[in-house]
Design a protein around this ligand. Structure first.
Ligand SMILES: O=P(O)(O)OC[C@@H](O)[C@@H](O)c1c[nH]c2ccccc12
Length: 270
């Protein structure tokens, strides 16, 4: 028998199942469905993938700028934390999209932060969380998310397929995140999404290397847009990616630690 090591990712996922059970006790799936259809009228999806594509087609970097107060690897990243202010600052300085952490226990995130950030600007927003149940996908659209993240490291093929299909049915885009070849193959086999995230950080160990992007990109079909995720801190990191034909980025820490997140974005990407 294989013994499962309680890595950080496994701890997060175990906790996530408890959290979802508690939520189901408060709001039924049927209620979320109603809220999602209301959201499709008043907060129609803003076209997350398209916004990224537009930047890249214009010869620019497509930046998904992240709003996260803390992370399990680095602790609190930012004391003064106003999602609306940060969202406007990102928009002003050329972000294509926003990423908002909604996980409370490990990232000090909240659904309200997504709502505040999205209401403060016109950018499409991805709900950044650990999706392990359809309930969370319906909830994502109900709170106005334009895209969801699916992490291949914590899903099997059947789940990837079902969650990807549900998200699209609701009008959202999907960013499928992989970290190694096995996960990439799984993602390509079971999802249709045009956005393929390569996480440079291993969510089991926190090891980080930009080489993951260069190793895995070879196996990605041309019609997918690759998003390099995590560990982008300098103009040199950006230049190295762009030299290798990677033009879409997901950046959090470097912006969150800067006094002015939007100005930091401009500094790295202009
Ligand atoms: O803060 P960084 O190193 O710039 O990374 C951002 C983003 O890639 C990271 O927050 C992330 C990537 N995949 C995730 C999955 C869950 C939570 C967080 C993440």
């Amino acid at each position: 028998m294989q013994v499962e090591i309680p890595t950080i990712l496994r701890k997060i996922v175990a906790r996530k199942f408890e959290e979802i059970e508690a939520r189901k006790g408060q709001t039924s799936y049927a209620n979320l469905e109603v809220a999602a259809s209301v959201a499709n009228v008043h907060n129609a999806p803003r076209g997350f993938a398209q916004a990224l594509r537009n930047k890249v087609a214009a010869g620019k970097a497509g930046v998904i700028a992240e709003i996260k107060k803390a992370s399990p690897s680095k602790g609190v990243l930012r004391e003064s934390f106003s999602p609306a202010q940060i969202a406007r600052s990102y928009e002003q300085h050329g972000a294509a999209c926003l990423s908002v952490l909604t996980d409370q226990d490990f990232f000090m995130g909240h659904e309200d932060y997504l709502v505040e950030a999205r209401n403060a600007c016109k950018l499409p927003v991805i709900r950044k969380d650990f999706m392990v149940d359809e309930y969370q996908i319906m909830e994502a659209r109900a709170i106005g998310a334009d895209c969801i993240l699916l992490i291949a490291a914590c899903l099997d093929g059947a789940q990837l397929k079902a969650f990807d299909a549900l998200a699209r049915e609701l009008g959202m885009d999907v960013l499928v995140e992989v970290h190694n070849k096995a996960e990439l193959d799984l993602a390509l086999e079971h999802t249709q999404t045009e956005l393929l995230g390569i996480n440079n950080r291993d969510l089991h160990t926190f090891d980080l290397s930009l080489d993951h992007t260069f190793e895995l990109m070879k196996g990605v079909p041309d019609d997918r847009l690759i998003v390099t995720e995590s560990g982008i801190h300098t103009r040199d990191d950006v230049a190295l990616m762009r030299k290798n034909e990677i033009h879409a980025f997901l950046v959090g820490e470097a912006f969150m630690k800067a006094q002015n997140p939007g100005e930091k974005l401009a500094e790295l990407f202009e």
